[in-house]
Design a protein around this ligand. Structure first.
Ligand SMILES: NC(=O)c1ccc[n+]([C@@H]2O[C@H](COP(=O)([O-])OP(=O)(O)OC[C@H]3O[C@@H](n4cnc5c(N)ncnc54)[C@H](OP(=O)(O)O)[C@@H]3O)[C@@H](O)[C@H]2O)c1
Length: 362
């Protein structure tokens, strides 16, 4: 039974089992806020965990799903400088069970929360946190591009015209990478995606777009880049995408791969085989290429990003209308469990295209 000390959550409760359960509602500790959740999301990592491709430990069950939250602040612990009870926020939930999004009440550290401006809806805001953070962390920490201060940049960065390839830019991770690079002053971003996304990706800041299904994709990229490319973010990180990226990079290139590495071509491999590093017998890159496996869950090891990315930079970008939320595929019909299961099926099918899968929670 639901009491004021319990709330409903959708969680992994066993191998390939997802159920609606009651979770204890905890008070926020110092530095944390309690959020009444309105919307959350289902993304590939939720499916990887449910299906066992990313192993979960039985002692950790139940594990609520949902890497993003949007909602209203209900309570605040000590030491939370900028948020108020009643304020609207979106948050990246990282991995803590009490923070995950598919529950009516989530406790999140304030450094993972961003204030939402009045003119932005909670459903748009929930599409942003995980992949906005991923884009920022990949570009300025993992690939090591200089971080412009102030952000957005007011002057061109060094090598502003160097070609940067965002492979699989139809993904929501890719959409934010293009926007973050534009705001940092990079003007030669090349995006690969299905043709139907090209106009949208150019509106976000891509200079050139190439269809990854074109037989001459590698030639097209090399042509628009004016040669082989030095910096790449592969947002898909499957065996097939790595092989294609390997055709267009120069020696000494840096390639950031959004882990895990998937067997085959797709985000959710049928075999369920995935790796947290490129297996040596499947590595298509030359020895000179620096391959970086990105784990955004570690982004708070970067103190600057921990203290600024969600609390300061994202609220500013939203208030000034400088960053666009992703298009939405909304699940708001049936019970909370039914809409979550339907969303998991959609993501598992590989049919998500250029949109964030959003679940109405309350
Ligand atoms: N390790 C990390 O830090 C980290 C962080 C964030 C995300 N990730 C991982 O990154 C991946 C993307 O996440 P996401 O949330 O951005 O996914 P998403 O938005 O669900 O991605 C869907 C898009 O993937 C594109 N796609 C699928 N297969 C492709 C292929 N073979 N070549 C090119 N594009 C392909 C499709 O593009 P079209 O519509 O153009 O066909 C589709 O629009 C997931 O595996 C996720 O787990 C990892």
């Amino acid at each position: 039974m639901t009491t004021s000390r319990n709330h409903t959550a959708i969680a992994i409760t066993g191998k390939a089992m997802v159920e609606s359960i009651q979770m204890p509602t905890v008070e926020p500790n110092s530095g944390e806020v309690l959020v009444s959740v309105a919307y959350s999301t289902i993304a590939a990592p939720d499916v990887y965990m449910v299906d066992g491709a990313l192993p979960t430990k039985p002692e950790d069950y139940p594990i609520p799903l949902g890497l993003n939250v949007s909602g209203t602040v209900l309570a605040i612990g000590d030491g939370v400088p900028k948020l108020k009870i009643g304020g609207r926020v979106c948050a990246f939930t990282l991995l803590q069970e009490k923070s995950k999004g598919l529950q009516l009440k989530a406790v999140v550290h304030h450094t993972l929360c961003a204030k939402i401006p009045d003119n932005m809806s909670l459903k748009d805001a929930v599409t942003i946190p995980d992949n906005f953070v991923t884009a920022f962390y990949t570009i300025f920490d993992q690939l090591g591009l200089p971080f412009p201060q102030p952000f957005p940049a007011t002057a061109a960065p060094p090598h502003a015209e160097a070609p940067i390839l965002i492979y699989g830019a139809g993904s929501t991770a890719g959409q934010y990478a293009i926007q973050v690079l534009r705001l940092a002053g990079y003007v030669n971003v090349i995006a690969t995606a299905s043709f139907r996304h090209h106009e949208y990706l150019r509106s976000l800041g891509a200079k050139d777009t190439v269809d990854y299904r074109a037989p001459d994709m590698a030639d097209q990229i090399i042509r628009v880049a004016g040669g082989k490319v030095q910096l790449v973010m592969d947002c898909i990180a499957a065996e097939g995408t790595m092989k294609k990226v390997a055709q267009v990079v120069c020696p000494n290139a840096k390639v950031a791969l959004l882990l895990p590495i998937k067997e085959g071509e797709s985000l959710v491999p049928e075999s369920g085989k995935m790796w947290m590093a490129v297996p040596p017998n499947r590595n298509p890159f030359g020895e000179d290429v620096k391959v970086i496996g990105v784990r955004t869950f570690l982004y708070q090891d970067n103190e600057y990003m921990k203290n600024n990315l969600m609390p300061e930079i994202l609220p500013y970008l939203l208030k000034e209308n400088l960053i666009k939320p992703s298009p939405i595929r909304m699940f708001n019909q049936g019970t909370f469990l039914e809409r979550t299961l339907a969303a998991l099926d959609l993501v598992r099918s590989g049919k998500v295209s250029g949109e964030k899968v959003v679940i109405q929670v309350a």
